[in-house]
Design a protein around this ligand. Structure first.
Ligand code: DC
Length: 245
């Protein structure tokens, strides 16, 4: 794999857009780690679609609304003027703005963590977030992460990847991550929580979590993030989207 690439720019006409790579998969499967490494190696922006739902949760709470109320969450969704920009520090993860206000840090607050799954299961909220997500991908040159990017938001993506791993492996990874961040949680409780989220995500009637029929499915149980990135880069190169040397 090459070193850190320069961020690429692409013409904005649809026919001349840059490549779009989508990575979907369940919670704690490694989408963020792999997506950021891949984006950095390609010089693409890494855009996590969870940020859209996090922004709705934040706006709902800030407006004093109830995140479990479709009316409140939809009103908050409609009030947002979301845009994403590359991090000026040179990182490839996108910073999020509502109008001119940088809300990147607020989106990962515990309050948003607690409320985001409530707003993201509301069909009207998902419908309202479709166009903003498509707009954010319009110019391409993006690695987009989520649950339904390859199936619903952008089925025309140049490469659709679906990452999978066993609940045991995902629980172990999440437990390690929490421990490194100073948190303490029982691994069995984490596994239960992940499996409950899997059930909600894959059984919901709108945009259930599943691999697109033409997705490259990678099981990450016995792979390092670097190995997964290399496998995805090979698939991108095989489609003629980049040249590996
Ligand atoms: O990936 P994350 O933890 O930032 O996602 C936040 C929430 O949004 C999580 O409850 C799953 C949900 N989500 C979704 O329903 N669809 C997406 N495309 C992305 C995230």
């Amino acid at each position: 794999m090459g070193g850190v690439a320069q961020r690429q720019t692409f013409m904005s006409a649809p026919a001349a857009r840059g490549p779009i790579v989508t990575i979907d998969g369940p919670a704690a499967v490694g989408k963020t780690t792999v997506g950021r490494m891949l984006a950095e190696s390609l010089g693409f922006l890494c855009l996590d679609s969870g940020l859209f739902y996090r922004a709705v949760a934040l706006a709902t709470v800030r407006a004093g609304g109830d995140p479990d109320s479709a009316d409140d969450a939809l009103a908050a969704a409609q009030s947002l003027r979301l845009r994403f920009a590359p991090d000026p520090s040179g990182q490839f993860a996108a910073r999020a703005f509502d109008g001119n206000r940088d809300i990147s840090e607020a989106l990962v607050s515990p309050e948003v963590d607690r409320t985001v799954s409530l707003v993201s299961r509301i069909p009207a909220v998902r419908a309202a977030m479709l166009e903003p997500q498509r707009e954010a991908l319009r110019e391409g040159g993006v690695v987009a992460l989520g649950r339904d990017i390859g199936t619903v938001v952008c089925p025309e993506a140049d490469l659709k990847v679906y990452l999978d791993a066993s609940p045991e492996m995902r629980a172990q990874r999440r437990w390690k991550e929490r421990r490194e961040n100073g948190g303490q949680m029982d691994i069995a409780a984490i596994r239960e929580n992940l499996m409950a989220r899997d059930r909600i995500d894959s059984q919901r009637s709108i945009a259930p979590l599943r691999a697109a029929p033409d997705a490259l499915v990678i099981s990450t149980d016995s792979c390092t993030p670097g190995e997964v990135v290399r496998a995805i880069r090979s698939a991108i190169a095989a489609r003629g989207l980049i040249r590996e040397c």
